[in-house]
Design a protein around this ligand. Structure first.
Ligand SMILES: [Zn+2]
Length: 358
């Protein structure tokens, strides 16, 4: 049967270079040369070359790495990425992105176009994009999810990450815990016959959630916490690659966040929105992991952060209404009849939600 052939033959990529720890960017040159890569294109988020360039270039010099293209990324429209990608020399061995979501998406898509390895060097852990097969680019002026490839290499330097603003770490926590409601949506969508399910991808994501939720040291910039947060986000990205869909990482809570991005000016970071929405959706779902989720978001100070930086109630209610319309044929708990009214009731009655959506 063709369906089985497709499933069996689909190629799954994995990152072949995974370095998580302190001082890792100093060794980037060595990691590259170990893989036989000596001509590289490097893309930066604005302002980062000034702070991190010295460390990275020193390692490049030591290992005779040549930079064939060096650019600061400001725009992520697909035409611009395509134009720059095809102007790169043929000798380019690898494409590196250093910085936040935009530059990583830029470099990831560029590498995908040229069929070159992409090395992801995130400077924060605000979401799972640094090791996912997807990119978010501007297509005709609209933020659009575009399929790419999982990175060949992921370098998470905890020196750099621990100096990132704390709200970005909260965002990473929220993006990771949002898999709790996403997995529920996926399983129910499968039971209703709308989706294929992949046991292995689901197991990997459940384990990734456990890794983070069982972290003993809740000092958010401790080595244990940051290592667990980065590994969980990385595994969650891998689960999408294995499943061949974003389902293990993204459900109703992501739809609400996408709706908020369109409505709120300015919107909050992705993981703050998905983290809060995951709690709302998990309550709607009667999710068996709800208490675990709530305790973790309380203990880490996530809820307290959002209490001090609340989401607008008017925007949130509008986002709840729009969310089910964002993706066609995508079952989530919000597809259920009366879910909108139930969600509003939950937000009005829950002691935490009353304080963070107001
Ligand atoms: Zn996300």
């Amino acid at each position: 049967m063709a369906y089985h052939n497709f499933v069996m033959n689909r190629q799954i990529n994995i990152p072949y270079m995974v370095k998580i720890g302190y001082g890792k960017i100093n060794r980037l040159g060595k990691y590259l040369i170990d893989k036989g890569m000596s001509n590289i294109a490097i893309f930066w988020s604005e302002g980062l070359e000034e702070t991190l360039g010295g460390k990275i270039y020193k390692g490049f010099e030591q290992h005779d790495i040549e930079i064939v293209c060096n650019k600061v990324v400001q725009y992520i429209n697909i035409e611009e990425v395509t134009k720059i990608s095809f102007s790169l020399p043929r000798t380019t061995d690898a494409i590196i992105g250093v910085g936040g979501g935009k530059v990583l998406d830029f470099a990831k898509y560029s590498a995908n176009l040229l069929k070159k390895p992409f090395i992801s060097v995130p400077t924060s852990l605000s979401n799972d994009g640094f090791c996912s097969p997807n990119t978010s680019l501007l297509v005709d002026g609209k933020r659009t999810s575009v399929k790419s490839n999982i990175p060949f290499g992921v370098i998470v330097d905890l020196d750099v990450i621990s100096k990132s603003p704390i709200y970005l770490i909260y965002s990473g926590i929220g993006d990771m815990t949002s898999k709790i409601s996403a997995l529920w949506d996926w399983k129910v969508a499968f039971r209703k016959g709308y989706e294929r399910y992949n046991d292995f991808a689901a197991m990997l994501t459940y384990n990734a959630i456990d890794t983070l939720l069982n972290t003993k040291n809740l000092n958010l910039i401790s080595s244990e916490f940051l290592k667990n947060l980065s590994t969980s986000l990385l595994l969650s990205g891998m689960a999408m690659e294995i499943a061949g869909t974003s389902r293990p990482a993204s459900g109703a809570e992501h739809l609400i966040s996408h709706a908020l991005d369109e409505i709120s000016r300015p919107s909050q970071p992705h993981g703050i929105q998905t983290g809060v929405s995951s709690y709302v959706c998990a309550l709607l779902q009667n999710n068996p992991q709800i208490e675990m989720l709530k305790n973790f978001l309380l203990k880490t100070g996530f809820f307290e952060y959002v209490m001090n930086n609340p989401l607008s109630r008017a925007d949130y209610f509008l986002a709840l209404q729009r969310a089910p319309l964002i993706k066609k044929d995508f079952y989530t708990v919000l597809s259920e009849k009366d879910s909108y009214m139930k969600a509003i009731d939950i937000i009005e009655k829950d002691a935490i939600l009353k304080k963070i959506i107001r």
